[in-house]
Design a protein around this ligand. Sequence first.
Ligand SMILES: [Zn+2]
Length: 413
Amino acid sequence: MVGPVSGCRACGGLISVTMADLGLQPPSNAFLTSLAEAASERRYPLRAAVCERCKLVQVDYDVAPEELFGNYVYFSSYSDEWLAHAAAYCNMAVRRFSLDSHSLVVELASNDGYLLKNFLARGIAVLGIDPSDTVAAAAEKVGVPTLVEFFGEDLAKKLALDGRQADLIIGNNVLAHVPRLNDFIAGIAVLLKPRGTVTIEFPHLLTLIEHVEFDTIYHEHYSYISLYAIEQVFSRHGLRIHDVEQLSTHGGSLRIFASHADRPGLEDSDTLRAVRTSEYAAGLPVLETYSRFAERVELCRRSLKAFLADAARDGKRVAAYGAAAKGNTLLNFCGVSRTDIMMVADRNPHKQGKFLPGTHIPVVSPERMMAQRPDYVLILPWNLQDEIRRQLGGISEWGGKFVTPVPLVRIHP
Ligand SMILES: [Zn+2]
């Protein structure tokens, strides 16, 4: 499970074509509390490659989960936007699948019960499954029964034997975090009632490719999913995807709907056909699409290095904004150090006073960074640049400029 991956985690095919070789990287959330820790910092190969046969994009080196996730716990209920997304989903699901007091809804990676509590409130039985005991305890507190387990075929068989098959299985933003993809989907097939439906949400590979979002590649994300690749996995386990919705979450996600392939009356929806067509048009079934992406990633690296070299030559002072995983992938890939970027600002007080993994750039508050009056502020979460520029406000007072790094460096007037 840990180390180089020998074959495609979906079909066992060769994963020989590189989509983004991001070099040796520390786990993206492994912030240092002091520079003394730098000597013992571990780095692992971070490379996204594509399977020659099924075209699943995946990292080809697995890091031990305890090193990736450690004590880091994210509670879904902290985000208002995500809570609204969950409530809207519940309304849709109850209507569309005619759920009532005889139904069972199971969520995989159910977190703190942020979603299932909506079904509970309507008198529908629920079961959460999540390997983190911390979030599971929070879920139990709001009345959502939760099994603290990793989901797979074994657990699904136990539940099915127990007479606990599901009318609806939900998996939101969990698929990318699953190292053993086949075992996970096999489990879904076992747990799902004959007429049940499973819905799964994941960031869409097509968006990643179109926007050159190679900086969303981390060790924590084992796969980067297209409809093309995931339909093959579902079909291998007797499941058929029959509908899909396109969502704006995470910059562009898909929500797929699947059922047992032999369920009578299944038909492909118009949206499903349209997404398939757009993936074909973008070349997702063709290997060259992925090697061309690797070239764009390399151009981005050259562009950022050239910008930093020019800034150093001209005696300009560069700071950055946003101490998130996304920025860490980018900075480590480009071999940036604290001589290139003096500090990175972040609003999260838990990150301030620490150092970025790999580059060891100090993290400070936005106020402290602004007080330094930097010549350039490099916006690492470049997808949120409008919001961040508004928040930080007037750096033009002292002639400062905002800079976005991807797909190529752009200096904003
Ligand atoms: Zn494959």
